[in-house]
Design a protein around this ligand. Structure first.
Ligand code: AMP
Length: 412
């Protein structure tokens, strides 16, 4: 199927060609016709599937066709609410790209920065608003935003919204929307609380499900290195120096770990920056910009900070630590091999992480090939670690003794 088969208006088709898009991704192929007909949509899909264009194209098209009959000044007609600043910026960039020849204006608002530029853009008048929940409510409270004329509402990454504690904000936002509207609801997972929330937003929706795990895992070449915790940094340097890693995203479980990896890389004269929650918004955007422009070769990120990182030319993802939640692994490796490009994801697995590796392989229904041809291979049998961690656990079962020691230390 081609975009030209989807009844998309010429100015948007032209913009898609400009972006180099030829064929719609599965979620676009399924969702665009439903949304152009005006139905509500419940989409089970995650970032990396082409979901942004799946909702942005029909919204732009509806507004474009309505604009011809519009009288008076611009009113916000579409609202997209998303959990993180990075995602919000990317969605707004997508609206700008796909709407380039439509005359439709958008802006993005998010917290953690001064509001001046955002309120100025709102005053100039916009058709599409992309927002994170806190700043949106804040600017509504101050009278800069009115949701009275919203016709299209998108709640993006609903599961992450709830994980991040945004449920009350979302309820407040929904209460302010006109009841007559088209609503779209996206979530990578659909547990019960998400279904309940979607029911409170959607009206008789059509459902679209894109199974990301399988698709991502098939698209991305994966491999795992067995290596001890101590040798991970040596292996990372070895790979970055010997292989053709043009732009590499390294995942670290902790912020502290991310900073440490950056230090090690810089000492070895490899340009690297970290992006995590302790960094200011400005520092995060700068790091991302340097990485995208190729100034920095390696970006080290934690999972939350990496949400929504969208770099087209990412050559490698390295899991310096394996995540204990298998779905996170799929999210991580999905950062490379975006929208049908192929990518490479390498994982470092120490002996304590082997159970995580097993869970991941179960989820993606694949065995990840093990690379044994490297100088830091670690063959410690898992049982040994299990035995020693059992001993640690037993020792921990004597809280009384521990407490006593604590008091005596404190009194000294
Ligand atoms: P998303 O899931 O919306 O974050 O999109 C993931 C990436 O795929 C982004 O870099 C988009 O620019 C790209 N993309 C979206 N749709 C297409 C398409 N039909 N063809 C090629 N690339 C696409």
């Amino acid at each position: 199927m081609l975009f030209t088969d989807l009844r998309i208006v010429k100015p948007i088709l032209r913009a898609l060609m400009n972006e180099g898009y030829k064929q719609p991704t599965p979620i676009q192929e399924q969702s665009i016709p439903i949304l152009l007909k005006g139905y509500d949509l419940l989409g089970c899909a995650q970032t990396g599937t082409g979901k942004t264009a799946a909702f942005a194209i029909p919204i732009l098209q509806h507004i474009f066709l309505d604009l011809r009959n519009q009288k008076g000044g611009r009113k916000i007609k579409a609202l997209i609410v998303t959990p993180t600043r990075e995602l919000a910026i990317q969605i707004a960039d997508s609206f700008t790209a796909y709407g380039k020849f439509t005359g439709i204006r958008n802006t993005v608002i998010y917290g953690g920065v001064k509001q001046g530029q955002q309120t100025q853009a709102l005053r100039r008048g916009i058709d599409v608003l992309v927002a994170t929940p806190g700043r949106l409510l804040d600017l509504i409270g101050q009278g800069f935003v009115s949701l009275k004329r919203i016709e299209y509402f998108v709640l993006d990454e609903a599961d992450h919204m709830l994980d991040m504690g945004f449920i009350h904000d979302i309820r407040k936002i929904i209460a302010l929307l006109p009841s007559e509207r088209q609503s779209l609801f996206f979530s990578a997972t659909m547990p019960k609380n998400i279904i309940t929330l979607s029911n409170s937003i959607l009206n008789n929706p059509k459902k679209v499900t894109i199974k990301p795990e399988q698709a991502t895992a098939e698209r991305v070449s994966q491999a795992v290195y067995y290596v001890s915790k101590q040798n991970k940094r040596k292996l990372l340097l070895h790979l970055l120096k010997t292989e053709t890693f043009t732009s590499t995203l390294v995942f670290s479980r902790t912020k502290y770990g991310a900073d440490k990896i950056v230090k090690v890389l810089r000492r070895a004269m490899i340009s690297a920056e970290a992006i995590h929650g302790n960094k200011s918004q400005g520092a995060r955007q700068r790091a991302l910009g340097n990485f995208k422009s190729g100034k920095t070769k390696v970006l080290v990120a934690t999972d939350i900070a990496a949400r929504g990182i969208d770099v087209d030319e990412l050559s490698h993802v390295i899991n310096y630590d394996l995540p204990n939640v298998s779905e996170t692994y799929v999210h991580r490796i999905g950062r490379t091999g975006r929208a049908s490009a192929s990518g490479i994801a390498l994982s470092f697995c120490d002996v304590e992480e082997k159970p995580y590796l097993r869970d991941i392989q179960k989820l993606i229904d694949q065995r990840i090939p093990v690379i044994t041809d490297h100088p830091f291979i670690d063959n410690t049998p898992e049982q040994e670690v299990q035995k020693s961690s059992k001993n640690v656990k037993n020792r921990g079962k004597k809280p009384y003794k521990k407490k006593k020691r604590f008091f005596s230390k404190k009194r000294r």
